[in-house]
Design a protein. Structure first.
Length: 483
């Protein structure tokens, strides 16, 4: 049988065909031939087949078409918590890439210089790439900050915000990755390895020589100020830990270079450079805190006088706020005139918070006090994140990103998110586990500290590969883990 628009016709059977005479005889006798019975059955069967075929087609169309009342299968929706974790990982990775790129750029600048002229011209494309990446990452952190505060509220808009974070981070990484080949060519470690080793070894010797003096500075801070004021306790020991790691890898780099194993030598050199950069941060943070505490101690008397004058002019202050301000100033003045050690930065912080209105800027003695406190707190948080970034998560980095621009626009407000950033970062490190036991890690060559600092990315005996200038694509190209 065939299925078409015409009436179904029975297929011819095999065997002899009845002649015309025989057929006429049967008709004449009133009998019923085989054809008379087969034709109706075939017609009914053909109609059934057509009906079944049409039903199947209608069913298939109903399953695939989108019409009112018909629910089509939808792709699975990624839960918001999963998207949040992806965005957080992108922020952390982009921030780490920026910090690592900035550290390696410093070694290039040490070789070519940063003064106006050929040195500045050589490194300018990479400085510009860092600035562009920083702008993208700042925008991503700003989205994250609003997201943490519940803006936007709708799920669809929050998904869009998370996608924006990931996109901004990807663009920051792309800006760095685009300059990586040129940067590698600039450093030319394959052919200029001896020069690069000399620069790293020179910085190492300088830092090793500084460590003793900074240790004395730290001891002096502990005698002059309260323990809470000295937020850099243990920093000299951690600097020495990084230097132990650096000297181990500088020696291994020299040995590999002598054997013409350039790839291994470069790997050890980059590890040593990362440790040297972080040792520098530790020692600088001690010196900067000492300078900030000394400047604050000199400024406290003038800040108290300025605060009292500000209160005298503020005749419309609510009584409760006026009482709080008077109480705060009296407590600070008592600390200032007492014989016990105190925290000058915290004293300034309390005076500023009690009297200075939001958005007052940097004018006057109170504005200067606000800026000094904010700069110290932002610098402290940034140094801690930089040297512990292997353990610090997105929360601390977001608060730090919030604090940085406030130093310019509203310094009185900068210290709040900066202190929150430092506190969150310290909590992350406590949860991660601190490899220090009060002394340099001589037995493992400082590997534990290097992993905590994000210099290396593994806990295996050699610590895994080091990072370098570039973004996530550079990580993948060099066989590094990438989120």
């Amino acid at each position: 049988m065939t299925i078409n628009a015409e009436v179904p016709v029975a297929a011819a059977r095999g065997g002899p065909v009845a002649g015309a005479g025989e057929q006429g005889r049967q008709d004449a006798e009133g009998g019923t031939s085989a054809a008379d019975l087969v034709l109706p059955l075939v017609a009914v069967g053909g109609v059934g087949v057509l009906a079944g075929y049409g039903y199947v087609r209608r069913t298939r169309r109903a399953r695939t078409r989108t019409t009112p009342g018909v629910v089509s299968p939808q792709p699975p929706v990624t839960p918001l918590p999963v998207l949040e974790r992806q965005a957080a990982a992108a922020l952390v990775q982009a921030d780490d890439c920026l910090r690592t790129s900035r550290e390696e750029l410093a070694f290039a600048e040490a070789r070519f210089g940063t003064d106006a002229g050929s040195g500045a011209t050589v490194v300018e494309p990479f400085v510009r790439a860092l600035r562009e990446a920083e702008r993208e990452l700042s925008a991503a952190f700003a989205i994250r900050l609003r997201y943490d505060r519940g803006v936007p509220e709708e799920d669809a808009a929050r998904r869009h915000a998370l996608a924006g974070i990931v996109g901004r981070c990807a663009e920051a990484g792309r800006r760095l990755d685009a300059e990586t080949p040129a940067f590698d060519q600039l450093r030319s470690l394959e052919t200029e390895l001896d020069s690069a080793l000399g620069i790293a070894e020179g910085r190492f010797r300088d830092l090793a020589g500084r460590a003793g003096g900074v240790d004395a500075t730290l001891a002096d801070l502990n005698t002059r100020y309260t323990p809470a004021a000295v937020s850099v306790t243990g920093y000299v020991e951690q600097a020495k830990d990084r230097l132990v790691f650096a000297t181990t890898h500088l020696n291994q780099a020299r040995q590999a270079a002598d054997l013409d194993d350039t790839g291994t030598a470069i790997r050890h050199l980059r590890s040593a450079e990362g440790a040297i950069s972080q040792a520098d941060v530790f020692l600088n943070d001690v010196d900067q805190l000492a300078n900030a505490l000394a400047a604050a101690a000199e400024l406290v008397p003038a800040a108290l006088t300025g605060a009292e004058a500000e209160l005298a002019r503020a005749t419309t202050e609510p009584p409760s706020r006026r009482l709080h301000a008077d109480t705060t100033l009296a407590a600070v003045r008592e600390e200032l005139t007492g014989d016990s050690p105190y925290d000058p930065l915290d004293a300034l912080r309390r005076v500023v918070r009690a009297v200075l209105p939001p958005g007052a800027g940097r004018d006057g003695v109170l504005g200067v006090a606000a800026w000094l406190v904010g700069r110290s707190d932002v610098g402290s948080a940034d140094g801690f994140v930089a040297t512990h970034r292997g353990a610090v998560g997105v929360g601390a980095r977001t608060r730090l990103a919030e604090a940085r621009p406030l130093l310019t626009s509203d310094p009185a407000a900068a210290d709040v998110p900066a202190l929150e950033a430092r506190e969150a970062a310290e909590q992350d490190v406590r949860m991660h586990g601190n490899p220090y036991a009060g002394a340099a890690d001589d037995r493992t060559g400082g590997v534990g500290g290097a992993v905590l600092g994000g210099i290396l990315l593994g806990e295996d005996p050699d610590g895994g590969p080091p990072l370098a200038f570039g973004g996530p694509a550079t990580r993948r190209r060099r066989g590094l883990p990438s989120t």
